[in-house]
Design a protein around this ligand. Structure first.
Ligand code: NAD
Length: 496
């Protein structure tokens, strides 16, 4: 890893590799606490420089006037670059976040697919000639916004970065990326690939640094025309307030407390595997984690017993071990927060059925490991059922009837995702349509496709990403009227 880390004491600012002038960022490997890199983060001056270069690059006709299929070639090249470097990206991201190599490799390939999809979507995107109400040709066209920004969290950095950078560039903008200072390294890998793909300088910058400084500057700067944010709900709310003052478009992908529902008629092996994957993959550090489980009362005892037994068979281990299912958490402070959530659940009367502690053994001593945890006997109003834990902690609750189930599922501030397990398709459809969430999975969980829009309702967010319309979200719509009458306007004809 050393050479990766050495080159990365440079940030990619306005198309140049420069040492950041902001506070130091330290990246440690969550599996053993060893040092990955020390990095000088971006300062306000660095952000301003990146914005200045981005404005020039975005307004340069060499970029702004490119035809869609020409712009798409850059995205195809970036997609290829990511795919070619997927192993390396995966290594860097696993060291930075503690995620398994299997997962980070999949995230890298998904980022590559995002660039490829956005390139293809761009090439096939059409503008509209709208029905005219007079002697006109009327068009609705889309144009770039100019300079934009993406602010991303630490849990799936390369995939989140791609979800913002690819459509922003496809739309013809410049984009400044601010990754989390907990996971800065992979976003700098993305910068290296974008640089090698020959994207005109200034169109892209990577500015790791403190959210309250670097992120805030991006949000408040008058030249930034849109911010797409993925992160916690409270951060997103603060950012939206500032965006409102500027009357700037924001898209917010925020937190979740997603319900998973198991009906008595479900295939219980499929349901059990889906529930485990939904909450414990990524060690629960996932916005869409299925962290509240509702099980129909007639099978509650048996299904929960099956789930606990299966949970105890999950392999907790080193992120580089291909057999590992549950890897360490991002950092010690995050584990402390998860432990505090579990302590609170116990104090609220919750019964810990499994987990609720750090794993024991020499292999786990140095890393931020935490056992997959299942808690029963809590009310849906308990803190563990209301608040996002962002860790491997599942609350289980029984339910009796469909109406009450839907009411309880929706009785939560968040509305990001939901999973439903049943063999009765009409019932699944009914419940899915009754659940207030951006995404509902039926007999599966945590499946994604770049062609399917994603986003949340309620406190889980505003706006949608992905899909063909994902590019439009980074554009300004313009209407054009072209007169076909070839005569002076009748209102003034007499005067001319
Ligand atoms: P966070 O809100 O702490 O940080 C997210 C990003 O915002 C980081 O880059 C951070 O530096 C930046 N930031 C912090 N303060 C800021 C400010 N005042 N102005 C501008 N930027 C600021 O979130 P996190 O801990 O990095 O990530 C975990 C959260 O992200 C969870 O709540 C999770 O649910 C959410 N998330 C949501 C999705 C989704 O698609 N809905 C996906 C992944 C993660």
């Amino acid at each position: 890893m050393t050479n990766v880390m050495e080159t990365q004491n440079r940030l990619y600012i306005g198309g140049e590799w420069r040492r950041g002038r902001g506070a130091e960022i330290v990246s440690n490997f969550p599996a053993d606490g060893s040092l990955n890199a020390r990095l000088s983060g971006a300062s306000i001056e660095d952000v301003d420089l990146a914005i200045e270069r981005a404005e020039d690059a975005a307004n340069d006709p060499a970029w702004r006037r490119l035809l869609p299929h020409e712009r798409a070639t850059f995205l195809y090249r970036i997609a290829e670059g990511i795919a070619k470097n997927a192993e390396r990206i995966s290594q860097v991201q696993s060291r930075d976040t503690g995620k398994t190599l299997t997962e980070t490799y999949a995230l890298a390939m998904s980022a590559s697919g995002t660039f490829r999809y956005m390139a293809a979507a761009l090439e096939t995107m059409e503008e509209a000639i709208t029905p005219s109400r007079g002697q006109y040709l009327t068009f609705s066209v889309h144009e770039p916004l100019g300079v934009t920004a993406g602010i991303t969290p630490w849990n799936s950095p390369i995939a989140s970065d791609a979800q913002k950078v690819a459509p922003a560039l496809a739309a013809g903008n410049a984009i400044l990326l601010k990754p989390s200072s907990w996971s800065p390294l992979v976003s700098l890998e993305l910068a290296r690939i974008i640089d090698e793909a020959g994207l005109p300088r200034g169109l892209f910058s990577t500015l790791p640094g403190a959210g309250a400084i670097v992120g805030d500057r991006l949000v408040q700067h008058p030249a930034i025309k849109k911010v797409s944010f993925t992160g916690g709900t409270e951060t997103g709310r603060g950012l939206a307030r500032k965006a409102a003052d500027k009357l700037m478009t924001v898209s917010l992908e925020l937190g979740g407390k997603s319900p998973t529902i198991v009906f008595a008629d479900a295939d219980l092996d499929i349901a059990c595997a889906g529930v485990l994957f939904g909450i414990f993959s990524s060690t629960g550090q996932s916005c869409i984690a299925g962290s509240r489980l509702f099980v129909e009362r007639s099978i509650y005892q048996a299904f929960v017993a099956k789930l606990v037994a299966a949970t105890e068979r999950l392999r907790i281990g080193h992120p580089f071990d291909k057999a590992t299912q549950v890897a360490p958490l991002i950092r010690p402070r995050h584990r402390d927060e998860i432990e505090a959530h579990v302590a609170r659940a116990r104090a609220d009367g919750g019964r810990v059925l499994t987990g609720g502690e750090r794993p024991i053994g020499a292999d786990y001593q140095q890393g931020t490991y935490y056992r997959p945890t299942i808690v029963a006997d809590l009310d849906n109003q308990a803190a563990l059922c209301r608040e996002e834990v962002f860790g491997p902690v599942l609350a289980v609750l029984p339910f009796d009837d469909e109406a009450e189930l839907i009411r309880q599922s929706n009785d939560n501030a968040y509305g990001l995702a939901c999973g439903i397990y049943t063999r009765d398709f009409p019932k699944a459809w009914r419940v899915a349509r009754g659940i207030d969430a951006g995404t509902v999975w039926i007999n599966t969980y945590k499946q994604f496709s770049i062609s399917t829009p994603f986003g949340g309702t309620k406190e889980s967010g505003v706006g949608r990403e992905k899909g063909r319309d994902g590019i439009r979200a980074w554009m300004a719509q313009k209407s054009l009227y072209c007169d076909l009458g070839n005569r002076p306007h009748p209102w003034a004809a007499i005067a001319v």
